[in-house]
Design a protein around this ligand. Structure first.
Ligand code: BGC
Length: 451
């Protein structure tokens, strides 16, 4: 049962990734068919993020009232409808609507799945689940890139969207077969059902009794202010909500999704001819993203969060600067073309080994228990808001100020994030969540709450 639940959350991560990955391959063909201006193109890409931000911000109350299981069912149903609307769209307006529906679905799922996972898995394996979830996001992106490249031969962007239905159906069937979260049942005063579910999830009666006792205690403590009420009342909690928000904006403003959404276009700008060739170059990008995530998984509890973030931002800053330079002098030789491609790949390694998984980890670690749902809801919403800005403004900037300046700005921004990390980000390696919470609530500086 625990494995089934993990599989379910993994599917949600996969959908998250496929949703992000599908557009880069579909865009050149959509452009051909609908003749989009760069602003309309920005909307096709970023309408999904508008839906996702709204979905993530409302997911807290949806999954509280409906329960995690039904929230996941609803989101996979929305996913199927959204994908089908994109498949049949005869113009940009329907495509926007389909993308918004896909976004709403992924917004709800990107909040609910990890939450459900953390509520049904035993404590000892809970730590690895967040990196695992991020790994599935990268696998989803890669799967979409491969399907994009394959369907590019028949020039069908509709099929690229159509395949999204498969994992969505799997998620729907999976969500039907898992139990309700025992914590949610208990919060709804349905203790007998909570006990039934826990006895299916845990090995012994002692474990069940112990955990049910813990849940009861936590619920009693929860009669104090929590969520938004806590946010209004407690300035220290406001600081961690602010930090979660800022961390996710930083993650997006690294420019990673510029590569995820517009890689084929960047490869074409750097001299790779033909849509299929640039789509296969994009597959290599997706594979690099998956593989480099393992570096983070291996290092995160050894080297600590901050050194990895410094290294990642530095790599991303330098590679963007070189790419900007290559575009400035023009990628006229094969050497320069491959240099541009190498820069994109090293950039992806920089992100995948650092900000990709670590920002999600930090956002889950810094919130005090009573405000965790609210805090994570806000930071997940911020992730999609930042994602929207990048998806929308990149093509506009590219046409307005050109590639050299656009990538130059990304270079500067990434170097600035080193300073942000130095001044505001705590080191949370090997520190218990309770200690982080005590430090935060006693008013320590944000960068010191892990000491
Ligand atoms: C980010 C996504 C991004 C993905 C790339 C995630 O951590 O939130 O926006 O597309 O990583 O692997």
């Amino acid at each position: 049962m625990v494995w089934l639940s993990c599989g379910l959350a993994a599917l949600a991560g996969l959908l998250f990734g496929m949703d992000i990955g599908v557009i880069s391959g579909a865009l050149p063909f959509i452009n051909e068919e609908f003749n989009l201006s760069s602003q309309m193109e920005g909307w096709v890409v970023s309408s999904m993020m508008v839906g996702a931000a709204a979905g993530a911000l409302s997911a807290g109350s949806i999954s509280k009232s409906m329960g995690r299981k039904r929230a996941l069912l609803a989101s996979s149903a929305l996913f199927i409808v959204g994908a089908l609307v994109c498949v049949v769209a005869q113009g940009p307006t329907l495509l926007w609507i389909g993308r918004i529906l896909l976004g709403l679905a992924v917004g709800v799922a990107s909040f609910t799945a990890p939450l459900y996972l953390s509520e049904v898995t035993p404590e000892r394996i809970r730590g690895t689940t967040i990196s695992f979830y991020q790994l599935m996001v990268t696998v989803g992106i890669l799967a979409a890139f491969v399907s994009n490249a394959a369907f590019s031969y028949i020039e069908s962007w509709r099929w690229m969207f159509g395949v999204l239905v498969i994992p969505a159906i799997l998620l729907f069937v999976g969500a039907l077969s898992v139990p309700n979260s025992p914590r949610w049942l208990a919060a709804k005063d349905r203790f007998d059902e909570a006990r039934d579910v826990l006895s299916k999830l845990r090995g012994t009666k002692e474990e069940v009794d112990y955990e049910l006792g813990e849940i009861r205690d936590a619920l009693n403590r929860e009669s104090e202010a929590k969520g938004f009420a806590m946010f209004k009342r407690n300035p220290n909690f406001r600081r961690s909500v602010f930090l979660g928000f800022a961390l996710q904006i930083v993650q997006q403003f690294t420019g990673m999704n510029v590569i995820m959404y517009y890689a084929p276009r960047i490869f074409q700008m750097s001299g790779f001819e033909g849509t299929s060739a640039s789509l296969w170059a994009t597959v290599v990008t997706g594979l690099t993203n998956v593989l480099a995530t393992f570096i983070a998984i291996a290092l995160v509890d050894r080297a600590g969060r901050k050194p990895i973030l410094y290294a990642g931002f530095f790599m991303m800053g330098v590679t963007m600067a070189v790419l900007s330079f290559v575009l400035h002098i023009g990628a006229t030789t094969t050497f320069l073309q491959y240099l541009a491609m190498a820069m994109v790949l090293i950039f992806v390694v920089g992100f995948a080994m650092s900000a990709g998984p670590l920002i999600w980890t930090l956002c889950a670690e810094i919130q005090p228990l009573q405000g965790r749902d609210f805090g994570i809801g806000v930071s997940t919403g911020a992730n999609w808001i930042g994602n929207f800005c990048i998806g929308f403004f990149f093509p506009v900037m590219l046409t307005g100020i050109g590639g050299t300046a656009t990538f130059g700005i990304l270079a500067v921004v990434n170097i600035a994030f080193i300073v942000f990390t130095l001044l505001l980000v705590p080191e949370t390696k090997g520190i218990s969540l309770e200690k982080i919470e005590r430090n935060l609530l006693s008013g320590k500086r944000l960068r010191d709450i892990g000491i």
